[in-house]
Design a protein around this ligand. Sequence first.
Ligand code: SF4
Length: 329
Amino acid sequence: MQKVIYKPGSRAREYAWLAANLFTGCPHGCGYCYVPGFFHIPREEFLKTAPRPGVLKVLEKDAALIACTNRRVMLCFGCDPYPLPPIGSEWRGEMATLTRKAIKILRKHSVPFMVLTKAGMAAALDFDLYRPCDMFGVSLTFIEPAHSEEWEPGAALPASRIEALRLAKSKGIFTFVSLEPVVSCVETLELIEQTHDFVDHFKLGRWNHSKDANTYNWRNFGIKAIERLEKFGASYFIKQDLAAHLDGVEFRNTETRTVDGGPPDDLKRCTAPVPRCRVRKEPLTEGQLFLKEEAESKGGEVKMDPDMPGHHDPDMCECTECKKSRGGD
Ligand code: SF4
């Protein structure tokens, strides 16, 4: 295996600049899942879930290379990070702790992460590991248990996912909901109504990979969804596939792929001895400050991108621009 942390392509990139898939396969068996088709795997085969061999070892290397990045790493895209029966089930094998170990590795290298799961309360076991820069998210397509059982037979019921969100929020974790695919417009709108109190951010898309989806009035749905999100003062992101139906409709997407809401850094460990200065004088955001303090608390040199806001000290810097701003000393 060459890489675990990778740069997702096209639509997935609207969620995260970086992602890591820890497992092969997914036991949830969602009827709308595009992954088996994308990788030309029979659906029954895709149900067989297992940890990717050697995944943690490679993750450790990959995380070290992007230490202190401002990009949140998504766990996971092509699988669920908690492919388990809910808490209380008798069987919880090696897979139960793999994601916990992965999160610890990311923390060790000060890499922020966001979890996206349909496992409901099974994910709550790791809530103690979240920092202010991390995010916990669930996918919600239905609110009716019967619809969820029909379409997502292996996943936790919506009530368990919503309970996990509520619990995460009560623990001070940044929460988000992925509202896609939208199979039932009515249920998706209802989900916004029922969860906005404890959800910090919504990602909204549409339904793709289905002929039925082409019969929906996506413009009408998008307008109604935006009206609700705005009414609740919610933070949200409308994905391109839905936005394409919303010509002339005003909406304000919020960026959550980076800790500071800014563009992604392209961090390598900083080995330059200074001065390579393109100083930005704005202070560190709360999330960046946390990452910086955490890196410092590990006792080593803080290796951060010199272009990162606040990293560089213009009063000490020896570059021409800073010297000039100090009066040419
Ligand atoms: S949870 Fe995601 S990866 Fe798993 S079957 Fe459902 S859609 Fe596919």
